[in-house]
Write a protein that binds this ligand. Structure first.
Ligand code: ATP
Length: 511
């Protein structure tokens, strides 16, 4: 049976073979945790961005989008707390010389205990069938209770150590839990150190510390510093949101999981500005709305779960992650944070400018509270790609690899193929291409047998293949082949556009 690692390997090699994702600077042996999107990947990524933008900006009257610069005034990062506190606790294994995030080692240990609980629950379901009451079982089963207490104790010790910046406490916890290095198997650990994740460089010709600027580690601050500009120029009334898609950079300690953890990546963020005291209502609203967005991609519900933060970031009063069942297990896909008025207040303090809003409904001025939704574009890409990647056995004892992507996200929407390269079929096929290319990303393919061409399109997730054959020359009809059912339907050329329009309509998905 294929393991999860095999599955990830198969996805990585498929992504390379078909032009989705390449290792950056591969001819120089690559750059660790940096990736390039190829011809198919760039299309898929663009389509995901557009879909997010449509759902967040176009579908909400009170959300607008901006595009702020990557470089920002260095004081921004002092104000936001990133210069002092944007760090991860790192630990090295002395035998394997591998570096880890101490918090991730602890989280993975907790996950193992949680899986034991899940196993016990599964046994219970098997034993009691329809009569099984999961809540009661979890509240009474001694094994489950013991394991849950273990998890709670670890979480409490971890939180206390992180809150006090007690790095020795974290090392002791790792020792007490007998966590071993997955590579060397040894428990021979260094002390835990804090490591700032921001990349810095110099602006202008003179290199001195006064000219140090940072590559932004999150896009959010570009929204905060523009909050008043947007509010005033757009005459926005609270509650309202500002969205943005853009690159962020983090000098990640551990970078071994393909595009899941990159040093240069893209975020799709939205900051929602609300009246103080109403933030929890909006936090709940956005939790639900964002999960709904993910589910609208057609991936089944069991692949998602919420994970509330035990240790809150310095700016948050509530935070949760939407986790996805990636090929390497459940991991964070999106963060939803109630950021209070922390950021705007800090920017007021450091800039000396007022960032208040006059609320005409209650006749009061205040610094708004903020609820943030922040999803990684690359992680969304990986989630979609891994859920779509399917190896299918066919009736005739062969198999195919097909990317069952949501059709509105597919890089190529229609492949246009003449059955043969003669008898005027290529010319006719190009006429069809000319008809469709203004509205859809099409691919023209005349090489190899139809079967091979269909497989190639399956492998990149093209939902429809239009075949032009000799009958087309007689009666202007073509066949349209459906990627998922592999069924072919004969239709007149003039109808293709209407059929595609209907199949690619995202009204229902978005509403
Ligand atoms: P993690 O705990 O996995 O490091 P985080 O909690 O630091 O993530 P946030 O600061 O909440 O992440 O960033 C919001 C989103 O940005 C994440 O949910 C994730 O999808 C994405 N993201 C963060 N870091 C990376 C990265 N190194 N590579 C790719 N995507 C990332």
């Amino acid at each position: 049976m294929a393991t999860k690692e095999d599955n990830l390997k198969a996805i990585i090699s498929h992504a390379k073979e078909y032009g989705f994702v390449f290792q950056s600077s591969e001819i120089y042996d690559g750059l660790s945790a940096v990736y390039d999107y190829g011809q198919m990947g760039a299309e898929l990524k663009k389509n995901i961005k557009e879909y997010w933008w449509k759902a967040m900006v176009n579908m909400h009257e009170n959300i607008v989008g901006i595009d702020s610069a990557i470089f920002m005034h260095p004081t921004t990062w002092k104000a936001s707390g990133h210069v002092d506190a944007f760090s991860d606790p790192l630990i090295d294994n002395k035998d394997s010389k591998k570096r880890y995030r101490a918090d991730v080692l602890i989280e993975e240990h907790i996950e193992k205990i949680r899986l034991k609980i899940e196993k016990d629950v599964a046994k219970g379901i098997k034993r009691f069938g329809d009569d099984f009451d999961e809540e009661q079982f979890k509240a009474t089963n001694p094994n489950v209770l013991r394991n849950q207490t273990k998890i709670d104790d670890i979480n409490a010790r971890f939180k206390a150590a992180m809150d006090d910046d007690n790095l020795t406490g974290i090392k002791i916890l790792i020792k007490d839990l007998e966590i071993a290095c997955p590579v060397s198997g040894s428990k021979n650990w260094t002390d835990v150190k804090q490591f700032n994740l921001m990349f810095s460089t110099e602006i202008g010709a003179v290199a001195d510390s006064a000219n140090t600027i940072y590559l932004r580690p999150e896009t959010a601050q570009g929204i905060f510093v523009n909050y008043l500009n947007v509010q005033k120029s757009g005459r926005m009334k609270i509650p309202f949101g500002i969205a943005q898609i853009g690159k962020a950079f983090r000098n990640e300690i551990v970078a071994r999981q393909f595009i899941f953890r990159m040093r240069e990546f893209e975020q799709m963020e939205m900051q929602f500005f609300v009246r103080p005291g109403e933030e929890m209502k909006w936090y709940e609203y956005w939790k639900e709305a964002r999960l709904k967005w993910h589910l609208s991609l057609g991936i089944s519900k069991e692949n998602y779960r919420f994970h509330d933060h035990v240790k809150l970031a310095h700016y948050a009063n509530a935070a949760t992650d939407i986790e996805f069942n990636f090929p390497m297990g459940f991991k964070e896909l999106e963060g939803i944070h109630s950021r209070t008025d922390f950021d705007l207040k800090q920017h007021e303090k450091f800039s000396g400018k007022k960032l208040q809003y006059f609320d005409p409904e209650i006749n009061e001025s205040y610094v708004p509270f903020v609820v943030e939704t922040s999803v990684g574009l690359d992680r969304t890409f990986l989630a979609i790609l891994s859920a779509a990647f399917t190896e299918e056995k066919l009736d005739n004892d062969t198999s195919r690899i097909v990317l069952k992507l949501p059709i509105f996200l597919a890089p190529v929407k229609v492949a246009i193929m003449p059955l043969t390269r003669k008898d005027g079929l290529p010319e006719k096929a190009r006429d069809v291409l000319d008809l469709l290319k203004f509205d859809y990303n099409c691919q023209y393919d005349e090489k190899d047998s139809p079967g091979k061409r269909y497989r190639r399109q399956d492998a990149i997730g093209t939902p429809y293949c239009v075949m032009i054959d000799h009958q087309t020359l007689e009666d202007n009809t073509v066949t349209i082949r459906d990627r998922d059912t592999m069924e072919q339907e004969r239709v007149v050329i003039t109808k293709i556009e209407a059929i595609l329009k209907n199949k690619l309509d995202i009204r229902e998905v978005l509403s």
